[in-house]
Design a binder for this molecule. Structure first.
Ligand SMILES: O=C(O)C1=C[C@@H](OP(=O)(O)O)[C@@H](O)[C@H](O)C1
Ligand SMILES: C=C(OP(=O)(O)O)C(=O)O
Length: 433
């Protein structure tokens, strides 16, 4: 489908079962593949990003069998993939590409890793620099510091490991190192230089590693210590919780469109940082309630307007995009700060967001690491065609514009990266009129 026309939405109300978390799904797949023992994974996210991870692991010789809808049995390779020569294509899946680089760099094999054109514009130099401190043999096949990459057998001769990784471009580099190092069996210390961004994703990594029996200590998120001889062991069964970033679109719909809208599969006990999106929604005037496995939002403001906010969004980089569109429905000027990493994701999200919000009549100020959104005084410009830049989150968050004006979403199929049936689910909670 080239585009999707969304009519004006009058109200949002209903219940949505969330798809599995992308971040947890790809971590669990890799950890189960590296572990000793067999893991049954239930409620795995079915999407492009998880398909790339599944296919890569199968090409590396890991035994993975489907056991039902979104369920898999994975026989762990005990830290050693059997296939030592492979070419992997990983699309634009950061959660597959970055951790696999770290693992394969320690695997004593020859691997080529590539992705779509945009993946080749997303930096990976900080991770490669950290792995080279261990003797990893990694070459850039095109531009220095970017995929595609070639990995050759590591010349590894350390009794213990001490390395430094930069933390201010993407937390996925540290995540990759943390997940990979236990396969060496050596004691490892990782120091983070620069400010660590997207910190809740590191907490998520440590929590998933712990499910597989590896405990990492950290000192204020700046130094991470992995004891020697801690290998991954399968916990048996793992159920993947719902995706908190995907929840943000429905919870925002509940706040803008009256609600109540309830998402099932994620709640107060979640390990995912993006559940904190609800704090921002509450600050904007929405009413939020939650239990262990659901979250609900509605709007109890009598004057129909949400309130503008000024927020450091470093802890919720993905859900912060949803706030940029919610800001169109708030009274006042909203400022989203500390989001420089947006420039390095599926597209330059600061540039894309600026351009598309302006088409709707908003006045935007954009800086190196912030976005200021001043909504149009006389309503959103109707019938705008929103470009989505092959970025699933651009498509999903701009669907919320329908609560103010009819809107066209170009290339809606790009949601397949993390949420293939997003627009079907969205239509289930929206009443048009
Ligand atoms: O580790 C993860 O699962 C993720 C980390 C974040 O990336 P950065 O660390 O690059 O901000 C986030 O944006 C991405 O969608 C998923
Ligand atoms: C940044 C994202 O993806 P990736 O895992 O490819 O970094 C995202 O899903 O918003």
């Amino acid at each position: 489908m080239k585009w999707l026309d969304l009519p004006v939405a009058k109200k949002a109300q209903g219940i949505i079962q969330l798809p599995g978390s992308k971040s947890i799904s790809n971590r669990i797949l890799l950890l189960a593949a590296l572990a000793k023992g067999t893991t049954q994974v239930i409620d795995l996210l079915a999407s492009d990003d998880t398909d790339f991870m599944l296919k890569a692991l199968v090409s590396l010789g890991v035994s993975i069998a489907s056991t039902g809808e979104n369920s898999y049995q994975i026989i762990g390779a005990e830290g050693q993939f059997h296939v030592r020569d492979a070419r992997l294509f990983l699309g634009n899946a950061g959660t597959a590409f970055r951790p696999l680089v770290a693992v394969l760099a320690l695997m004593q094999g020859r691997y080529q890793m590539s992705g779509v054109a945009r993946m080749h514009e997303r930096p990976i130099g900080d991770l490669v620099d950290a792995l080279r401190q261990l003797g990893a043999d990694i070459n850039y096949l095109e531009d220095q510091g970017y995929p595609p990459l070639e990995i050759k057998p590591v010349k590894f001769n350390h009794d213990s490991i001490h390395l430094t990784v930069k933390g201010d471009v993407s937390s996925q580099f540290l995540t990759g190192l943390l997940m990979a190092l236990p396969i060496t069996g050596k004691k490892a210390v990782i120091d983070v230089s620069g400010t660590l961004i997207s910190q809740p994703y590191i907490a998520l990594t440590l929590a998933q590693m712990q499910r597989f029996g590896v405990v990492v200590e950290h000192d204020s998120w700046q130094r991470f210590t992995l004891p020697a001889q801690q290998y991954y062991r399968s916990p048996g069964h793992i159920t993947v919780e719902g995706d908190a970033s995907s929840a943000s679109y429905f919870l925002a719909a509940g706040a803008i469109g009256g609600g109540p809208v309830r998402v099932l599969g994620v709640g107060s006990e979640s390990a995912q940082g993006d559940v904190r999106f609800v704090d921002a929604l509450e600050k904007m005037g929405a009413h939020v309630s939650m239990s262990e496995n659901w979250i609900e939002s509605d709007c109890i403001l009598s004057n129909q307007f949400l309130r503008a906010i000024d927020l450091d969004c470093n802890h919720i980089p993905d859900a912060a995009m949803t706030l940029a569109v919610v800001a169109l429905f708030a009274k006042g000027v909203t400022t989203l700060r500390n989001i420089a990493s947006w420039r390095l994701k599926e597209t330059d999200r600061l540039a894309a967001m600026t351009k598309e919000l302006q088409k709707l009549g908003a006045r935007i100020e954009v800086g190196e690491d912030y976005l200021r959104i001043n909504p149009p005084e006389n309503g959103l410009t109707p019938n705008v065609a929103i470009d989505t830049y092959d970025d699933h989150r651009m498509a999903m968050c701009f669907s919320l514009v329908a609560f103010g004006a009819p809107v066209r979403i170009n290339d809606p199929g790009c949601v397949s990266k993390t949420f293939p049936d997003y627009f079907d689910q969205f239509s289930r909670i929206v009443q048009s009129g």
